[in-house]
Ligand binder design. Structure first.
Ligand code: GRF
Length: 228
């Protein structure tokens, strides 16, 4: 794992986001709302969906954000798809790529084109329950606490350095749906916050650890957990 300096975009002041979606886009909406409310200083330069019918595209259009549909079924290979995806994101000059329910694995080539500049939000406390249906995996396992994680994307699935986490209780009468809803509230809270932290710079990745220079408290957990 490489170390990373204060400006992950390599171009000071660039706070342009490329948000990748496949579905309903509630995390996209949380990012849009955080920007509108002044809680996140950033600009969504483009929203890209691999599905032409993703409801999240309408959320982007309503907010006046440019959209692009890159249908994966129209591409011969993952690498070919990812090359075109990278070209679109470069065309929009994005500083940070934010996966928001983007239901595709990204190739090592794509990840290395945006080193330490791709974030994902996952509905469990990683490294527990990576992959699909993290909420249901946690519910089936019978854990008493689950939550949400924002992490830097590496070629390994859901395994990159953790930028922010938030926990939620699991109740006896929960269903996968009620637990998912409780986790989603935390996703919407910590994802914009973590994006701001990464855009602000002043952090580095050491080994697996995402560390803010000066040792500030991690995003997401602030205010929720007692001091160490
Ligand atoms: C979220 O639960 C996120 O954690 C996972 O996919 C879901 C996307 O939901 N990666 P939405 O499209 O943002 O509403």
């Amino acid at each position: 794992m490489t170390d990373c300096g204060a400006d992950p975009g390599g171009s000071a002041g660039n706070r342009r986001l490329g948000v990748l979606i496949s579905g309903r886009g509630s995390n996209l909406q949380a990012i849009i709302d955080a920007i509108a409310a002044g809680r996140l200083v950033a600009e969504v330069a483009v929203v890209v969906s691999n599905r032409p019918d993703a409801p999240g595209l309408e959320r982007a259009r309503r907010a006046g954000i440019e959209t692009a549909v890159l249908d994966h079924t129209a591409h011969a290979s993952r690498e070919a798809y990812d090359r075109e995806l990278a070209a679109v994101l470069r065309r929009y000059g994005v500083a940070l790529v934010c996966l928001a329910g983007f239901m595709r694995r990204l190739s090592a080539g794509f990840v290395s084109a945006f080193p330490n500049r791709i974030l994902n939000v996952h509905p469990s406390l990683l490294p527990a329950f990576p992959g699909l249906y993290g909420q249901e995996q946690a519910w089936r396992h019978g854990v008493r606490v689950s939550g949400a994680t924002v992490h830097i994307v590496t070629p390994e699935l859901d395994a990159g350095p953790i930028v922010a986490q938030a926990s939620v209780p699991v109740h006896d009468d929960d269903t996968p749906e009620t637990l998912s809803a409780r986790i989603l509230i935390e996703e919407h809270r910590i994802y914009p916050e973590a994006i701001g932290v990464v855009l602000d710079g002043g952090w580095r990745v050491q080994g697996r650890r995402f560390m803010r220079v000066g040792g500030s408290r991690a995003a997401g957990s602030a205010g929720r957990e007692s001091a160490p």
